[in-house]
Write a protein that binds this ligand. Sequence first.
Ligand code: NAD
Length: 419
Amino acid sequence: MDTPQKAFNPFAMAQRQLDEAAALLQLDPAVHELLRWPLRELHVTLPVKMDDGSTKIFHGYRVQYNDARGPNKGGIRYHSAETIDTVRALAAWMTWKTAVVDIPLGGGKGGIVCDPKTLSPGELERLSRAYIRQVGRMLGLEKDVPAPDVYTTPQIMAWMADEYAFMQGYNEFGMITGKPLALGGSAGRGDATARGGMICLREAARELQVELKGATAAIQGYGNAGSLAHKLGRELFGLKIVAVSDSRGGIHNPEGLDYEPVAAHKARTGSVIDFPGARNITNEELLELDVLILVPAALENAINADNAGQIRGKFIVELANGPTTPEADRVLHEKGAYVIPDFLCNAGGVTVSYFEMVQNAYNYYWEEEVVHTRLDQKMTTAFRTVHAMAQQKKVHNRLAAYLVAVNRVAEAVRLRGWA
Ligand code: NAD
């Protein structure tokens, strides 16, 4: 496999993070090398009939990073800047994520290079079905289970589950998660990623004896993860969310922003910008605001060597995957910021996806309260394990999370006799 290129490359970053943990763990060199690479990947080419009668060719990927601990698990992203190395990085982080919350799954990820905002619903459906016709051979409840990620939705999961059912000749709802409730979805999956992050924030505030009521926060990214962090941050703790943003820019009001009107404005106009009663700001400005809590909930590389020195948030609640580069990690650590690292912080989504798979397998569905309670148990335990590791080894939280997760995956690899 080619070594990742030099310019910002999420997979090179994921490998560097692993290397640091492997050195501290004194990991067996063969186990380390095995964990630096995906076990398997499929590259697919997808012809799709467009509404104007033409055929357009799309490219997509599915990466199965490591299934030593159980079936591969990880979302599908639709993005015009998608690359195989982004998918590899996201698949690696899924491997550490399922391990850190100790659910019996491995890590995978998928993606299609496309701009979904330019596709009609019909084109989006045909593209999603074409992807499953190619990638379906790798998928299944016991093999690899996708879910939503950036710019993919419960509706897309429903089309994918339906296409897979046609291929198999029967419904196998547990082959994909994040489905609508009417089609084998789980109660509580919609806000699970944001809720898991809020549980981590609650625990971190408890450890540092910080009051969350009225605490200021800024959120970058206003999709599933970011917008629901706005909602839950207000509902659960009474946070004062002073700024939010999406791909078109951000808005700032030092008096705080309520969730409902901002969400309604975004639903109506397609963006949070130009919200009445707030000042438009850039995404760069949002990240550097003087707030207690900063929530990166968009894409990779948001906090990097260029802006880490200007970040003023004390708690960095990483709902996005890979938002902070290793260089920025060092700067934040020196400044005394408390980073809740991505694959711990955003693990609520995969945890409830796992609950969804379990419910699909039993064909018996839980009340939302049951989901919330079990999610809280999983996230709280994972948070405390990582926090204790950070204290014990005197390392920053991301490295501590790696030590916990890599140890678990390495143990499974050794027990199987792979290395
Ligand atoms: P989404 O498609 O629902 O929303 C993405 C949001 O990010 C949109 O508001 C979009 O406008 C915004 N955005 C895109 N580019 C941006 C940019 N350059 N600057 C600012 N905002 C930008 O996606 P999501 O599911 O909320 O995913 C967001 C992040 O959370 C990703 O890193 C994803 O991998 C991670 N994540 C999501 C889940 C989940 O369950 N959805 C689980 C774990 C991690």
